[in-house]
Structures are given as C-alpha cells and as structure tokens.
Ligand binder design. Structure first.
Ligand code: ADP
Ligand code: ZN
Ligand code: ZN
Length: 806
C-alpha cells in the first residue's frame, strides 16, 4: 500500500506529493486526510496523506515507509482535501500551508495523543474483553506508550475498535490543554439489589441514602461532583461504606457551560424580510449553489433571516456555516444563535483557548452539531453535508487572510457551496463594490431591504465641519453641536456611543521647534505614544523606547503629543462634561479574557452614559437606549494609500451610525470631519448606498481598480535594498514576458512602508481582466526563481486578492 503525502517543508521544490510505503500494521487505518510522521532527508517531519493507492512510479524497494500515524481518525474530510487542491492554485500557495490552515491551531503541531474509552458502547463480549485488558482501570492511554508495548495483533484490534467508535483519539497539546477531566461520583452498588444494606443506610444517615437513591435514578452511572450540592463529608461517608467511588471523567469543554439560554422561536417576518426569505428558500429546497447578495440597511433584520433560513437547512438534515467578522462575534451575537438552536451550535472564536477551539472543532467533525458560527477560518468547518453558508458583513477586510495561504473566505465559501450544491448568502448594509457589481450584473442574486424592522426611522445624520469650529475658536476635539447633544442625552438618561476612528490615526510625538518626529529605527514609520506605560512603540516590529524629554535633534524641550487616542478623548470629555460616566473600550481596556463582555453588559445596565471606543464598537451593538452616536475624525482613513479608502470610510460610518435609534427612541448621529464635502461622508447622511456605489465605481473605472480589473500584488523584501530592487525588477520582467499584452504590470516601486523590521520592501502589481495563464505563470514564478530568489534572506509573496497597498 502506498500513501501519497504532502510534507510539512515550506520550500517550493518540496511542494508536491511524495510516495511512502504504508507498513502492514497501519494498513487498516491509513486514510486520506490523516497526518503522519515521515522521514524526509535527514529529518522527521509531519505530512498529510492525500490519497492511498497500490502503485508508485518509484519501485517499492526504493520507497521509504512512513514512520507513524499522527491521527487515527482523519481530521480532514475528502471534500476538504479536494478543496485544498483548488485553494493552493487559487491563492498561489504551498499546499502544506493550505492543509494546515484548515485545522484548529491545537492540531497544527502535536505528535502525542490519547486513546479514550467511549462510554456506553455496544460492543461484542470479545471486544469488551480486549478493551478492558488494554485499559484496565485507566481512563486513557498514551498512544505512543501503548503502541510500543502492544503486539501487531493488538495494533490491528485497536484500529478496529477506533473505527467502530469504541475508542476515541484525542491529541494532546504540549500544554496538556486538549483533554480536560472532571471529578465524578460513580455509584457502585445498586440500592435495589442491595436492599437490606440500603435500608440500614437510610436509618443511620438520611442524607447519604438520599444521594444513593438519587444517583440510582440518573441515566448515567456517574455524576459530576461539583453539581451535587452536598458536603464532601457525605460523599466521603458513602465512599468508606463502599457505595460510591470518585473517578475522573474526560469531558469536552463547552465555553458556554453553565449558561442558561432561553429558547426563542421564529419572529413573524416583516414584509421585506418575508420577500427575501421566499427568494432564498427554493435554492435550499432545490439544492442549488445560488449566491445571494442581501443588502439590508442596519437594523433591517438580516440576522433573523439567517436564523430562519438555517432552520430550514436543519430540517433537511443538513448543516450551516455562519461567518461573522471577529469583532462582531460578540456575546450578543452568539446568544442569538444559542437561543435559537441550543446545543446544536459550535462557536469558533479567537477568544477561546486553543483547547476550547479544538473541542468546538471536534464537535463539528464528529457531527455533534449542525451549525458553526465563527470568524474567517470557520469557512473550513469540517461538516460533510453543508446546506448553506452565510457570510455576514461580507465587505469586511478581515475575511481576507494576510498570511499564507492568502485567501478570501468569500471565495472559499462559494467554492464549497459549488461542491455541496447549496446556496451562499452574502449579507451587509454596505456590500463591497465587487460583490454589489456582480449582483447588479446578475452573477449573484440581489436581494435588498431598505427599511428597518417595524419601520423604525433611520437615524438623522449631521456633518460638522471641524474647520469651521476652529474658525469659531473651538479648539477642543468636540464640536459645539456634539457637546450640546451629549449633555441633552445625559439629562434624559439616554445613552451615547462615541467612536474614534483609529486606523491611519495615532498619537505620535513631534518637536515644535524643528519638526522632529520620533520614528522606529527599524521601520519607516513613526512611533506611537502609549500613555499608560509612557512609552513610544512601533506597531510593526514591537520596538519601544521611553519618551524623550528633550528633542534628540535640536535639544529643545518643546516635545509635544499629537493625534488623538481614546485616553485623551476620555480626559477631555471629563473636563467638558464632568458628570458623564464613561466606559472606554480599546486594546488597553479589553486585553483580558471576558473584559469585552463585561464592559458591554455594564453599558447595557446603564452603568455609564457614554461608550467610547474604536473599531471594536462599530458593529453588532444593539442597545435600546442609544440615541446618539458621535464620530470623531471621520476622515482619518480617507488618506491611507489604499484604493478602498473611500469605500472603507463609507462602510464604517454607516455601520457606526447604525448603532443609534434601533428601537423605539429616535436616533441621531453627529459626524465630525475636516473634509465634509467628500462623497463617502456625504452619502452616509443620506443613507444612500447606491449613490455612493455609482460615484465610487466611476473612480475605480478611471483608476483601473477592482471591480473593473483584478489585481495581483507581488511583494519582495530583503535586508539589502539593492537585492530587493533587483529581484522585483526580474519578477516584473518575467511577468511582462509571460502574461498577455492586456495585462498591465506596474513596478518595481517601494511599498508604502518602505522598511519594516530592517527589511526593505518592494512590490510590483499586475492589473488584468482575463488572464488564463495567470495561476500557472505565478506558480512558475515561484518554481523558476525559488533557488535564486529565496537565497539569503530574500522573501517573495504573491497575493491574488490584495486588500490594501501596503
Ligand atoms: P440587522 O442584522 O439587519 O442589523 P437584526 O437582525 O439585528 O438586523 O434586527 C434588528 C432588531 O430587530 C433586532 O433586535 C431583532 O431582534 C429585531 N427583529 C428582527 N426581525 C424582526 C421581526 N420580524 N419582528 C420583530 N423584531 C424583529
Ligand atoms: Zn527639535
Ligand atoms: Zn519598527
């Protein structure tokens, strides 16, 4: 038997399948999708079995045998293997990176695993005997230890027991994080068969008898100790008398354990919702891979549609994947899904520990759940009968992975939906230009909802020109209008969200006399000032330095802070409106696990009047008493070197505005800006997505950007400037010679941050409409230049769906 294996060595020359012999004892187990350990050159490396066969082009006596199986049940399904082949080409990536990114992080680098006896298995007498002999009274076995001491016959028997589900296999992460045990009490004498003894017990200690009675009525014979509300002396007494024993049981960690979710049922849909719902249903019923673009204004009830369509999918005994951006994966969001579908939901969230994520992933792999809610990587949820994939806030930049494999979750979702013949819903109040253009062309089915649920009015949006404020002599960061409105809301005991756009905007220090700005010595970027630790930090390489008291250039002491951080806003707010109670949410206040949730629920309980924060409060908040949203520095990111800058500005302002007046009370939004005339700001006040779309499409057409052209960005970096330039030149020439005449190649040019971590960064870009040879040319580029290019420290990356011109 031959296994074709992708090895975990990230060089382009090794990015292909290698044949290995499967030793006889592994033959019953070896399956595509399993991880293995193999010898590769002088090293032992991990690999993935892609397929199993009988023949190899290399004669068997020259083939090496694989060393061992890392998994006993393949973590990757055959569909995911197929998907990986497509994705490595689509994203011009190493195959191994694609395979690894499909697994939860806990499984990416572990070699040890436990065998665990499953409860309540219905196996034959001889199987039971075999298993009892192997496990004796241990709850788990270490696979490597066991394997070393077991016979070939036992290897085979154990393989069978695993395949039959009598035993399960759980990897052990180095920290021992993936398996968790819990102290249980097990009843070892039955009160019915030992009636006499039981009566004696009941006479002497009533409490102990009650516990025995109660345990005997439970469905399982063991019960979590911490859930028995009795003193430890009662249990101890029972233990001594031989009624019960304590035992450690391996359990899955449910991160929402102990939380009660009340069941909610479907809401009666509004007219627009109903129309949209009825357009989607046929695709579910007829198993069509139709792609819907659902544009619905904030608060139009998109989530309710997701919930109800998912319900239809579950009725068909299929599974659903729901992707949301990491920052929208709030407790509020998760609760809505848990309340509707209960324990049938797995949540894949970066705030979970590695082990918790692994447990949730396993529940999907084992078919214990049928809904997966999660951020980008949940698009790889290992379901086997997918009935629908939903991407909420489909315009979000975080759906694109910025490291290898550089994929966009939307493309992967659409590919999987093709394989499973199921619909995809792309939802947003502000769809990406690419998706909306496709919907307008009829490639996607366009569904639109212009009204909020219950016809709640869209908030009233006012723009304040901050240049005017300055002219009036208002030097504060709050306009007169905003201060007046904030006072008014606090008086009425309503709530306020203050949003500070941090992207492209940070606090830096500058010398007022000579203009010196503190910059990172390793990166071409200014250092950011962090007040709590009174330090200057580089956000790219982590370099930090204490704040100088004197200008290093001219020795003047006129060193000042510029820019606006949330702390500074909070301070100034306290000066202007001392009675305001403020909750600040930013990286400094939400670092610890659970703090995000705590701060939000405090705000929900009216423990503060103002929620002040950055990007992380732009989405998903749904509190009835928020009637005012203030946006400071609306244009902060309009000037970033990114062709999506206007689009991102419009999207963000619309999202933030959508937090106001979602329920009974009317909402108002004040946007402060230095460029109030810009259409990306103007169109927000009119809630005019299509107006914005048309203007922005015109700009993109003129500049030759997506959706009119596709882009590929090739990025080169090296410690030596000339090496980076030379290599980029070579690449640009190669592309010119190998792509068609209609493809335009730009560069080499220095990247907009020309140096990070002491590496010089150059890039070239391809713009094209149709380029059939693109994937092949880009892959060849790697193959051709690998020996030459990746020598020394030179690094080359290819991005086929670049987010931003870094
Ligand atoms: P979106 O996702 O479009 O921003 P949501 O789905 O969050 O909108 O809905 C906004 C609010 O309206 C939520 O509080 C939700 O519970 C409520 N809602 C949604 N659909 C209905 C309905 N058909 N009837 C009553 N309330 C609804
Ligand atoms: Zn100076
Ligand atoms: Zn730096």
């Amino acid at each position: 038997m031959i296994a074709r294996i992708i090895v975990d060595v990230s060089a382009k020359q090794t990015d292909r399948q290698f044949d290995y012999l499967v030793p006889p004892e592994y033959e019953p187990l070896a399956t595509p999708g399993m991880r293995v350990v193999v010898s590769f050159g002088p090293r032992k490396v991990q690999g993935f079995i892609l397929s199993i066969g009988q023949d190899s082009s290399i004669s068997n006596d020259k083939l090496k045998a694989l060393d061992s199986l890392t998994d006993l049940v393949p973590p990757l399904t055959t569909e995911l293997i197929e998907l990986s082949v497509w994705l490595k080409n689509h994203a011009v990536s190493n195959h191994i990176s694609v395979l690894k990114s499909m697994l939860p992080s806990a499984m990416r680098a572990n070699y040890r695993k436990h065998l665990i006896l499953n409860d309540d298995v219905d196996c034959s007498e001889s199987d039971r005997e075999f298993l009892l002999k192997q496990f004796q009274d241990k709850p788990l076995l270490d696979w490597d230890d066991w394997y070393k001491h077991a016979t070939t016959f036992e290897h085979k028997e154990m393989s069978r027991a695993i395949n039959d589900g009598f035993v399960r296999v759980e990897p052990v992460v180095a920290t021992g994080e993936t398996t968790k045990t819990e102290r249980h009490v097990r009843l070892i004498r039955d009160p019915k068969t030992s009636e006499e003894a039981f009566l004696t017990l009941a006479k002497r200690t009533k409490k102990q008898a009650e516990i025995v009675q109660w345990l005997s009525e439970q469905e399982t014979d063991h019960y979590p100790l911490k859930q028995l509300s009795v003193s430890s002396s009662v249990i101890k007494g029972l233990e001594e008398k031989g009624w019960v024993e304590k035992t450690d049981v391996v359990i899955g960690r449910d991160p929402y354990e102990g939380r009660e979710f009340k069941q909610t049922t479907n809401m009666e849909l509004m007219a627009e919702q109903q129309e949209v719902f009825e357009r989607i249903l046929p695709a579910i019923e007829e198993e069509r891979s139709e792609i819907f673009l659902l544009r619905g204004v904030t608060g139009s009830g998109k989530t309710e549609i997701y919930l109800q369509t998912i319900e239809k999918v579950l009725k068909k005994r299929k599974e659903a994947i729901m992707l949301v951006p990491e920052i929208s994966l709030t407790p509020q969001m998760v609760t809505r899904f848990k309340e509707r579908f209960g324990s049938r939901v797995a949540v894949l969230h970066s705030a979970l520990s590695k082990g918790e994520k692994y447990d949730e992933w396993q529940r999907i792999r084992k078919g214990e759940v049928d809904v997966a809610v999660g951020a980008r990587s949940a698009v790889f949820a290992p379901f086997q009968n997918i009935g629908m994939i939903i991407i909420d806030e489909e315009h979000e930049g975080s759906y694109k992975q910025e490291e290898e494999p550089r994929y966009h979750a939307r493309d992967v979702a659409i590919k999987r939906a093709e394989l499973y013949h199921c619909p995809v819903i792309l939802g947003s109040a502000t769809p990406s230009l690419e998706s909306y253009a496709r919907a307008v062309k009829g490639v996607y089915t366009l569904l639109e909802m212009e009204r909020r649920v219950n016809d709640v009015a869209m908030p009233d949006v006012t723009i304040v020109d901050m240049k005017d404020e300055l002219r009036h002599g208002n030097r504060s960061m709050f306009s007169d209008a905003l201060i007046e409105r904030m006072r008014n809301r606090i008086e009425k005991q309503e709530q306020i969200v203050l949003f500070l756009n941090r992207r492209g905007y940070s606090t830096f220090i500058m010398c007022r006399d000579c203009g010196y700005v503190a910059e990172c010595p390793h990166c071409d970027i200014s250092l950011t000032y962090h007040q709590p630790i009174n330090q200057l930090q580089c956000h790219y390489c982590g370099y930090h330095h204490t704040v100088p008291h004197q200008c290093p250039e001219c020795t003047s002491d006129a060193i000042r802070y510029f820019g606006t951080g949330t702390q500074k806003v909070e301070e100034e707010l306290q000066e202007v409106i001392p009675e305001a109670r403020v909750i600040r949410m930013d990286v400094d206040t939400t670092g610890r696990k659970g703090s995000h949730e705590r701060l939000l629920s405090a705000f929900g309980n009216h423990e503060a009047d103002i929620l002040l924060g950055t990007q992380m409060i732009a989405k998903g908040l749904d509190f009835p008493d928020i009637t005012l949203v203030g946006v400071l520095a609306a244009d902060a990111m309009l000037h970033l070197p990114d062709f999506r800058a206007s689009e991102r500005t419009f999207q963000l302002l619309t999202q933030v505005s959508g937090r106001a007046g979602r329920h009974l009370k009317a909402g108002e939004v004040i946007i402060q800006s230095y460029t109030p005339e810009h259409y990306s700001i103007q169109d927000v006040t009119k809630h005019d997505f299509t107006g914005f779309f048309q203007k922005e499409m015109l700009m993109r057409k003129q500049a030759g950007y997506p959706p009119y052209y596709f882009l590929v960005l090739i990025h080169v970096s090296d410690e030596a400037l000339d090496a980076a330039v030379l290599a980029t030149e070579k690449i640009a020439n190669y592309l010119k010679n190998n792509l068609s005449d209609q493809a335009k190649i730009y560069g080499p040019v220095a990247s907009s941050i020309a140096r990070i971590k002491d590496r010089y960064r150059y890039q070239c870009m391809v713009k094209y409409k149709i380029e059939p040879n693109l994937t092949e040319t880009l892959r060849n580029l790697y193959q051709l230049f690998d020996g030459e290019l990746n020598k020394g420290g030179l690094q080359v990356t290819v991005d086929t769906s670049p987010n931003m011109m870094l």
